[in-house]
Ligand binder design. Structure first.
Ligand code: ATP
Ligand code: MG
Ligand code: FE
Length: 348
């Protein structure tokens, strides 16, 4: 079956066509440039941009796949989590298509989509695997027993997402927005052991209560205090050492907790997704420690890690293949959709 997927949870309008596990087309329009001057996403601007971009993006994706709407067998749309205005635009478009064409509609979970897209790149998933989804908006650890029917949320960030923490530290270091890639680049010139920054929720009672949750806001505060302390004392400090030591702390916590979950759940495959998976220290440390632990790591190319339509079409395709009943046509968007919900269930 041919599945058309629509992504509009944040600032990317993505449309893709997937048949089985084969990607036929993937087109993305982004309103990122319009937000850059505000130093963050402006929801109203993002919604308006989706409204303008959705139709042309659908047309382009169909043309690129050399198919027409008449060839499509099912529509999938990310109906949460995300910005409510952005979600509403994509979901309204998907409902209109499904209703007009008489096709099944799947309202799918964006975060689960970040894991699902890897099937298009590295082939069918193993029986069970762990997925670490890290981006500017989320940092979640999922146990995937079945991508279409059985996803368990093991943990997520209690405050900032990994990419968000990088952007905030980028600002502290006077780097342009979004700071993540700049901090990453600077980190390569610094000493990761120069400063002992804290690893959140990694010891004692906090670890016991939150074995697989993350917290990065304390780390960001520690970086701010370090910089203030040095500056107040009139001491020299190295931006590169701060970037390297901070990057090390984030990568260390992410990889340590993820590998502990792999061991506890007896899982030997890890999928990493989300735009933060571009981070070079995370990639290095994950590759190194997973090899030691006998865990296979699958990371899709970065264009499939940032928000895109392919991830939504891939998850829709998995749902169709699994014979899951479609979502109701009157489904509501859910800005805080539970990560254990793969798709909006049919009416009981
Ligand atoms: P989502 O809705 O999935 O949360 P997003 O737009 O917030 O989407 P992505 O586009 O997936 O996030 O990822 C962008 C985030 O990742 C930004 O916070 C950015 O700074 C960060 N990032 C990107 N590349 C790197 C890198 N090499 N090192 C560190 N952070 C990075
Ligand atoms: Mg984005
Ligand atoms: Fe995302």
């Amino acid at each position: 079956p041919l599945v058309l997927g629509i992504e509009s949870t944040c600032d990317e309008t993505g449309v893709a066509l997937v048949r089985g596990r084969t990607l036929l087309a993937d087109v993305t329009a982004s309103s990122m440039d319009e937000h850059a001057r505000y130093g963050g996403i402006v929801p109203e601007v993002a919604s308006r941009a989706h409204l303008e971009a959705l139709r042309p993006t659908i047309t382009q994706a169909l043309a690129a796949a050399e198919v027409t709407l008449a060839d499509v067998d099912a529509i999938a749309v990310a109906s949460g989590p995300g910005l409510v205005g952005s979600l509403t635009v994509g979901t309204a478009g998907a409902k209109a298509l499904a209703l007009g064409l008489g096709l099944p509609l799947y309202g799918v979970n964006h975060v689960v989509g970040h894991a699902a897209v890897d099937e298009l790149v590295h082939g069918a998933f193993p029986e069970r695997f762990l997925a670490l989804v890290v981006s500017g908006g989320h940092s979640s650890l999922l146990l995937v027993n079945d991508i279409a029917t059985d996803v368990v949320e093991l943990g997520q960030t209690l405050d900032d997402a990994a990419g968000e923490a990088f952007d905030k530290v980028g600002r502290l270091l006077g780097l342009p927005y979004p700071g993540g890639p700049h901090v990453d680049r600077l980190a390569k010139e610094g000493d990761p052991r120069a400063i002992a920054f804290p690893r959140g929720l990694s010891k004692g009672r906090e670890l016991a209560r939150h074995p697989y949750d993350f917290s990065f806001s304390g780390l960001k505060t520690a970086v701010a205090r370090y910089i203030e302390g040095r500056t107040d004392a009139g001491e020299e400090w190295s931006k590169a050492d701060v970037a390297a030591s901070f990057s090390e702390a984030v990568a260390d916590v992410l990889v340590t907790k993820t590998l502990r979950a792999c061991a506890e759940h007896d899982v030997s495959t890890l999928v990493i997704g989300g735009g933060f998976s571009a981070n070079s220290r995370l990639r290095e440390l994950a590759a190194q420690r997973c090899e030691e632990a006998g865990v296979e790591v699958r990371i899709p190319p970065i264009r499939y890690c940032t928000d895109n339509g392919a991830m939504i079409a891939a998850l829709g395709s998995a749902l169709v293949r699994a014979g899951v009943a479609p979502s109701p046509l009157d489904l509501a968007v859910d800005s805080s959709m539970s990560l254990s919900l793969v798709a909006v269930p049919a009416h009981a």
